[in-house]
Design a protein around this ligand. Sequence first.
Ligand code: ADP
Ligand code: ASP
Ligand code: MG
Length: 441
Amino acid sequence: MKVYKFGGTSVGTPERMKEVLEIAKGGAGLVVLSAISGTTNQLDALAAAYEKGAEDKVAEILDGLSEHYARYVESLLNDPVMLKKAYDFVHSELRALASLDETNPDLRSGFILSRGELISTYLFHLLCTECGVDSRLISALDFISLDSNREPSVDRIGEELTPILASRDAGFLLITQGFICRNHRGEIANLGRGGSDYTASLIGAAVRAEEIQIWTDIDGMHNNDPRVIEGTRSVERLSYDEAAELAYFGAKILHPACVHPAKKAGIPIRLKNTMSPESPGTVIDGQTRKAGVVAIAAKDEITVIKIRSARMLLAHGFLQKVFEVFGRFETAVDMVTTSEVSVSVTIDDDSRLFSIVNSLSEIAEISVEKDQTIVCIVGDFIGSSTGYASQIFTALADIPVRMISYGGSKNNVSILVETQHKEAALRALHQGLFTQTVAHV
Ligand code: ADP
Ligand code: ASP
Ligand code: MG
C-alpha cells in the first residue's frame, strides 16, 4: 500500500482537489491531506486575534473563511445531498470557532488550527462519495499522539491503523488529516507548520507502506531554492541523509522531521508535482549514489553567539559547560566553530536567548548577532574524488563568510553569512557548482 500526501496548494482550489482524486483513486492507498492553502495562515491569525481579544478581527477572519469555503464547496460538489452535508459541516466548524470558551491559549490555538485539515478531509471524502470512489475518513486525532517529550510513537500509530487496514475492502481509499494530533494529555495539538509531510512519513513507517508519495506544487527537490534562484532543476535521486539535511536547512518542500521515520523503516519517499503528475520528481531512498554536490539550501533567522574566554586555552571541561547551558534551556545548536580562545555557535530558536546569554556570561564574555543565514551545500563528499572544498570556496570568493562547518557529516558543508548576503551566496554557489549563467529572480 502507498501513502499519498497532498499539500495545501494541491487542494487549493476545487479543480485541484478533483485532480487529487484522479491521482489517488487508482492506488487504493491512504491519503493524507493538508488544509486548503491559505486557511492555516488564516486560522493562525484567528488564534492571534483571540489572544489579543480583538473581537472585530475575529469576526472579520471568520467572515472571510466562511465566504472562501462557500465558494469552494459550491464548485466542488453537485449532488444536493453532498452539498448540504458540506455546508452543514463547514457551518458547524465555523460556529465552534466563533463561540470558543477555551481560555488556555495553547489549547485554543490547537483547536483552531486543527479545523483546516478537518474541513479539507471532510470535503474530499464527500467528493469521493459523489464520484463513486469508496472511501473512509479516519481522524488523525484518534491515532497520532505525542508523548511528554513531544515525540510521536510510530508503534502506537501502527497498532491503531493495522486493524483498520486489515478490515477495509480492497480498493478502498483511506483519508486522514496531516499535521494534527493529540498531546500526551489527550488535547488537540499539531506537528508544527508544514507538518503534514511528517504525518505521511509517520503513517508510512507505521504501516510499512510500499512508498510514501509527497505531492506538492513543484516537480521534486530542486538543486537550489527556487524562490530565490532562477533556473534551478529537479534532483532525480537523494539519499535519506541528503534529503534530511536539505529539509533541516531550509528546503521548504519537506518538513524537517519528515525523512527520519521513512529512513528508519527503509521506505522510499517520492516527491511529485500535482500540477504535472507525469514529471518524474525526486526519489529519496537508501541507495548509494555517485559522489558530488547535489543541492543547496538556506535557513534564515539564525542567531550566532560568540563565547570568548581566555581561560579556555588548554582548559578541559569548558565546552561541556557551554553545551550544558544550551541543554538546560532546551535549545538546539546547529553550527559550532572553535578557536583557541573562543567558540561560536548558531541557534535558530532564540526564544530562550536572554537566559542562555545570562548563564554563559558567568563563564565567558558573550556577544550575539542576529539576522544570519546558514547556507548548506549537500551531497556526498566522501569518495575517491577530491576538490569539493576548493570548488565551494572558489565560488564563494566574493562573499563575506562568517563561519564554516565541514566534515561534521559526509553530506553537508555549511557556511554562515549575514542574511543580506544570502542571495548572493546562493547565486554564486549555483553558478560555481551547477552552471555558468544564473539569472536572479
Ligand atoms: P505544500 O503546501 O505542498 O506542503 P510547500 O509550500 O510546503 O508545499 O513546499 C513546496 C514549496 O517549497 C515549493 O513551492 C518551493 O517554493 C519551496 N522550496 C524551497 N526550497 C525548495 C527546493 N530545494 N526544492 C523544491 N521546492 C523548494
Ligand atoms: N496546514 C499546515 C500548515 O499550513 C500543515 C501542512 O500544510 O503541512 O502548516
Ligand atoms: Mg509543506
